[in-house]
Design a binder for this molecule. Structure first.
Ligand code: SF4
Length: 395
């Protein structure tokens, strides 16, 4: 349901995916909470037992280095300590922990696991799903397709009514609740399951014969409330997908992958097309560079005005570094060289002039009169670099 193309790559083509640290982290914390709630009789495990369980069952895949892993482990321990302190008093043995279901939706098999189900009355239950990633909006539980699916599965398979649905944000220990999802919401999700499964069934052959670029339902998300389209962009949906370089939906960004697969590459017409695409990419790059320069100037102006060196977006952070340097016009260059030569520093600047003079000016042992002379011949300029990098996403 997440993405029919992903399903195709994962289960039909069996393309391996890279391990991701945020999945390892999320699963390690989920497993520790499963351990906490899995007792048959009271009392629950002690905090040291829960923390030991985390240590013994810690998943190590996907971290970029030992430091990142150690930081996450520490964060995991903090989450469990805070959770324990907050919830020991209201501890009850749940009705189910990690409830595995296998639901038939109009002939489509849907499987999943519900983190926790509590009985809140003779025939009523509360469903809870733990999250370890970024904080979410107040209406996240109301809009969650995942919770709609859990409600469908529990009501149908357990024969109990859902009274409350909760997404529990573990890093902030914040539960976000929702009333049971409406019959219309449930029905919309049922229809979507059938539509996506039908799309896969009807179009797999066409996709393999390259008659279509991707499954028509590929970017369909968050539609269970009847909204016409997803609130997420295609870029957001696909951002962390390992299959992106192989995915026909992104062939325009990964021409090499598409070209390598195509036997028609030997064809001159195909080659001409590639040349044109390469030319177009160059033009687009120039345009994007201009846009990026304008945005950079805008960000730098705001950072300077506020006295900041760093700013955060949702997905990126920008760090400003400022370097001072001296610039010399063509008319001053002979005088600069003459001044350096006559002061006996010529050998220090042999080679490309500007960088060497910069180096010389940074040298604290440079005689004051030479420094003054050089600085009078040039004018001070500033170059600003703006480093941009992705902020890591978590589960
Ligand atoms: S890149 Fe996007 S469309 Fe393609 S498989 Fe991944 S999530 Fe699906």
């Amino acid at each position: 349901l997440e993405c029919p193309m992903k399903w195709h790559f994962r289960y039909i083509q069996k393309v391996p995916e890279k391990p991701k640290h945020f999945f390892s982290f999320g699963k390690s914390i989920h497993d520790a909470l499963e351990y906490f709630y899995s007792v048959k009789t009271l009392p629950p495990p002690s905090l040291p037992e829960v923390l030991r369980y985390l240590d013994d069952n810690w998943l190590t895949e996907g971290y970029k280095d030992a430091k990142q892993e150690a930081d996450y482990k520490e964060q995991g321990r903090t989450i469990l300590k805070e959770y324990y302190a907050k919830h020991l008093a209201d501890y009850r043995i749940p009705y189910f922990v990690e409830y595995g279901f296998n639901l038939d939706v109009e002939g489509v098999k849907v499987t999943g696991f519900v983190d926790r189900i509590d009985k809140v009355g003779d025939d009523r239950i509360a469903i809870l799903d733990y999250k370890t990633g970024k904080a979410f909006a107040k209406d996240a539980a109301v809009l969650s397709d995942q919770l709609t699916m859990y409600q469908m599965a529990c009501e149908e398979l357990l024969g109990l009514k859902v009274e409350r649905l909760t997404l529990y944000h573990l890093p902030s220990q914040t539960p976000v609740n929702s009333e049971p999802h409406s019959a219309a919401q449930v029905q919309a999700l049922r229809e979507r399951v059938v539509r996506v499964a039908g799309d896969i069934k009807a179009n797999t052959g066409k996709l393999e014969r390259a008659e279509i670029k991707h499954f028509p339902t590929v970017f369909e998300r968050n539609t269970s409330l009847g909204k016409p389209s997803s609130s997420m962009t295609a870029e957001q949906i696909c951002h962390w997908c390992d299959f992106k370089p192989l995915c026909p939906a992104w062939a325009h960004q990964y021409p090499k992958a598409e070209a390598a697969e195509s036997p028609a590459l030997k064809d001159d017409a195909k080659l001409a097309k590639l040349v044109d695409r390469y030319g177009k990419a160059h033009d687009e790059m120039k345009e994007l560079e201009e846009k990026a320069d304008a945005l950079k100037a805008e960000i730098v102006a705001v950072l300077k005005e506020r006295g900041y060196v760093k700013a955060f977006g949702q997905k990126y952070e920008a760090v400003m570094r400022s370097d001072e340097r001296w610039e010399f016009g063509p008319e001053s260059k002979p005088k600069v060289l003459d001044a350096i030569k006559s002061a006996g520093f010529w050998d220090r600047i042999v080679g490309p002039m500007a960088p060497k003079v910069q180096e010389l000016l940074k040298d604290a042992s440079l005689p004051m009169d030479l420094r003054d002379r050089l600085q009078r011949l040039g004018k001070k300029a500033e170059s600003v670099t703006l480093r941009i990098k992705k902020v890591e996403e978590e589960r």
